[in-house]
Design a binder for this molecule. Sequence first.
Ligand code: HEM
Length: 153
Amino acid sequence: MQGSVDGSERRSLIIQDIRDRTGIDEAMIEALVTAFYAQVRQDPLIGPIFEEKVRDWDLHLQKLCAFWSSVALMSGRYHGQPMQAHVSLPVGKEHFDRWLELFETTAKAVCPPAAAAHFIERAYRIADSLELGIASRRGEIRTPRWEPGLSMR
Ligand code: HEM
């Protein structure tokens, strides 16, 4: 329809707005991801979990840059399944808390405030949903009653 903004145009406007407001670009994402995992690897609580599992750190960092690019800039660069990657790891609340603490400190150190806030908000939400998903698959909480496609009659 003439004069209206279609889906992809709207998406570009949203992405441009995020870039303008926060200054986030691929270089900032790479700086954040690199600095964050340098901290993670040295951490006594969660470092060993990564060292046990990650064989190729370059590949891991590339994947995580694509992930954050998709999350923060909606670039669609990431095509993995984070839940699958975490469900069998020996992690619980204290690991997620530490992960978030390190992420928050690093984001505030590496990024300007608006960008750090943008990353941190998303990290908290994703950590919550991973933690919930893991607990549910382990049978630690009951699976939700509602699921997409459930019809309410
Ligand atoms: C308890 C805290 C966490 C630990 C110990 C942890 C550990 C790991 C490990 C060991 C891998 C590599 C898995 C493999 O190569 O098989 C991985 C992958 C990944 N993690 Fe985490 N993680 C944690 C929290 C998070 C959070 C909060 C996020 C997102 C905000 C995240 C995002 C990812 C992504 C995107 C991958 C790549 C998955 C893929 O292969 O596509 N992780 N994590």
